[in-house]
Design a protein around this ligand. Structure first.
Ligand SMILES: [Zn+2]
Length: 251
């Protein structure tokens, strides 16, 4: 049982089609480790805590949503980044990272999963012409109050969301993670409420002044689902064992 590094890489690429995205980081194999793979660990962020937990479970590959080498960061391998890379390389652990492709997959992505948690069975991209804008939308079967929708998310995600606005909502736009900058897009589309992971000071003013309700449900909390779905699929297809490790993050 098990597979090669290249087989796992091809499985992820075939499913997630990273070539369709102009992303802020490289998608795919970011750090090369062992050739033969048995155990895959998935997690939200390739933090030191995740690497150490994966090593303790005997992982030879890690799949994350937040990897390394972001466009905005220094390319130098120093400090925290050097410590993380050393830990991966010392134990021959492969690091696979997919960012926008994991947000946007229509069935297994973070956004599709968050839509289902809210009770929306057929989420659609808000702008189908632009695969790089990870905002989805859909309609709830019945209208609920903003607080009712926030409570539903609070139970599903196991944390208390931040809520701006009140009244009934039915059409919902959402973007997992740090999607607060897309609230204008959601308001222009005429949706009743916008749901994302993070909030900025200005988000509250935009919500109040444009008359759209807002729910901030947690960056980490809303992005736990894509890696789990894709990791399970890969493990089943390629004969790997798989586990998701949640290194909790209140942000
Ligand atoms: Zn994120």
């Amino acid at each position: 049982m098990g597979c090669t590094r290249q087989q796992l890489n091809e499985f992820f690429d075939d499913l997630l089609t990273p070539q369709r995205f102009n992303d802020y980081c490289p998608n795919g194999l970011q750090v090369e480790g062992a050739f033969d793979l048995q155990h895959l660990v998935t997690g939200v962020t390739a933090s030191q805590a995740l690497i150490e937990a994966a090593r303790d479970r005997g992982a030879d590959a890690i799949l994350v949503h937040h990897g390394y080498f972001w466009r905005s960061e220094s390319p130098c391998i120093t400090g925290m980044k050097a410590t993380r890379l050393r830990a991966l390389m010392t134990d021959d652990i492969n690091l696979f990272a997919y960012h926008l492709p994991l947000d946007c997959h229509p069935v297994h992505g973070n956004n599709a999963a968050l839509g289902r948690l809210m009770g929306i069975e057929a989420p659609e991209p808000l702008d189908p012409e632009d695969p790089g804008t990870p905002v989805f939308w859909g309609r709830l079967e019945e209208s609920v109050t903003v607080q009712g929708l926030a409570d539903r998310l609070g139970v599903a995600l196991d944390r208390t969301p931040l809520v701006i606005g009140e009244g009934d909502v039915r059409s919902v736009a959402w973007c997992t993670g740090a999607g607060q900058g897309y609230i204008d897009l959601a308001a222009e589309a005429g949706t009743d409420v916008y749901v994302t992971g993070e909030v900025s000071e200005q988000t509250v003013h935009v919500a109040r002044e444009r008359g759209i309700a807002f729910i901030g449900a947690g960056h980490h909390a809303t992005e736990r689902y894509g890696v789990q779905a894709v990791g399970s699929l890969a493990a089943r297809a390629l004969g790997l064992s798989h586990e998701f490790i949640d290194i909790d993050n209140p942000a």
